[in-house]
Design a protein. Structure first.
Ligand code: SF4
Ligand code: SF4
Length: 330
């Protein structure tokens, strides 16, 4: 097990159309929808410490601070990064970069931060002036990092290749990269086997297509005859399927595999342990980190069954059967 995703918050300040974070709470206020906003929260310090103890217990070396949400919005972000410094764990921070002017110095100052991924594809949906300002802040951070933290890996992510509406923004990004670092990154070079382009030092442009979030709602709302299957429609985050009987979900075995529960696992902001960083609503809840140790949870019958299925190229959980993200790593 290399990595644990710890969702220190599921709050975000952007409302990306392609993200469940952006299309649910982000577009609704507490007054509009108390049930949704009640699910937006910051992980408390005690739970965070339990999570990093669990990560060390299972031998992980790397943590992320997200599943959904923008981690730098957590009021304890700097404190949590400091906590990592007392452990062997390293942080790969995935951020939308909107707070980098304020948090950049905390990131530079911490040897626990090994890598920063900037989700610059999120800017394609913002008003141009705002987007350009955020990008400038990110590029300033990168320029400084090259001098002050040459050991830091940085990815400028453009995970929107092929999305027509994102084209003008992507072209602008490439122009600004050229102007800032004197390097031409040609988008024509992008292909499924070539997604990462070195800009300079440890700074990279990472391109990819958009991915679909797996969803039990979509896959189960109708079956092949067009009638409702009913049994797998789970729209509430508290509802999860706590078994993965192939017969229950589908009459035939669904072929596929995934590295989840082998190389990584995720913990939601409220302590629920889920199989991967795509399960933002706890559809595969394996246990609760506040009630059981992470190693016990990973050895539970459900986790073992799913992992054994992956090893045998069977997607045993209905949620995994709806997932296309796993195919990106073939
Ligand atoms: S910035 Fe990231 S977490 Fe926030 S809405 Fe966009 S994709 Fe989701
Ligand atoms: S198959 Fe998809 S949903 Fe299932 S554990 Fe892997 S990444 Fe997560």
């Amino acid at each position: 097990m290399n990595s644990v995703y710890i969702e220190i918050t599921n709050v975000c300040n952007l409302h990306c159309s392609f993200c469940p974070c952006g299309t649910t709470a982000g577009n609704e206020s507490a007054a509009d929808n108390p049930s949704i906003s009640a699910n937006r929260a910051f992980m408390d310090s005690k739970l965070f410490e339990t999570c990093i103890a669990g990560a060390q217990e299972i031998g992980a070396t790397n943590v992320y601070f997200h599943v959904l949400g923008e981690p730098t919005l957590h009021p304890g972000f700097a404190h949590y990064v400091k906590k990592l410094e007392q452990t062997p764990l390293k942080l790969t921070l995935t951020t939308n970069g909107t707070t980098i002017e304020r948090t950049g110095h905390q990131i530079f100052a911490s040897p626990a931060v090994r890598q920063v991924n900037f989700s610059t594809h999120a800017y394609a949906e913002l008003p141009r002036e705002t987007a350009e300002r955020y990008l400038q802040n990110v590029l300033d951070f990168c320029s400084l990092a090259i001098v002050e933290r040459p050991d830091l890996y940085i990815n400028l992510r453009l995970w929107n290749i092929g999305a027509k509406e994102a084209s003008p923004w992507n072209s602008y990004m490439l122009k600004r990269i050229h102007e800032t670092f004197g390097v031409d990154v040609t988008p024509g070079h992008f292909c499924s086997r070539h997604k990462s382009f070195n800009i300079t030092g440890r700074l990279y442009l990472h391109e990819d297509t958009r991915f679909e979030w797996p969803s039990l709602d979509e896959s189960s709302s109708t079956n092949s005859t067009g009638s409702s299957t009913g049994s797998l429609t789970l729209s509430h985050p508290e509802h999860s399927i706590d078994r993965c009987d192939v017969e229950e979900s589908n009459s035939k075995i669904v072929v596929g595999t995934c590295r989840a529960l082998d190389t990584h696992v995720a913990i939601l902001h409220d302590g629920r342990v889920v199989a991967c960083c795509l399960d933002h609503s706890g559809q595969i809840t394996l246990g609760h980190i506040g009630k059981q140790s992470l190693s016990e949870i990973l050895e539970s019958p459900l986790a073992s069954n799913i992992r054994e299925g992956f090893a045998q190229h069977e997607l045993r959980h209905p949620f995994c059967q709806t997932c296309t993200f796993r195919k990106r790593f073939k």
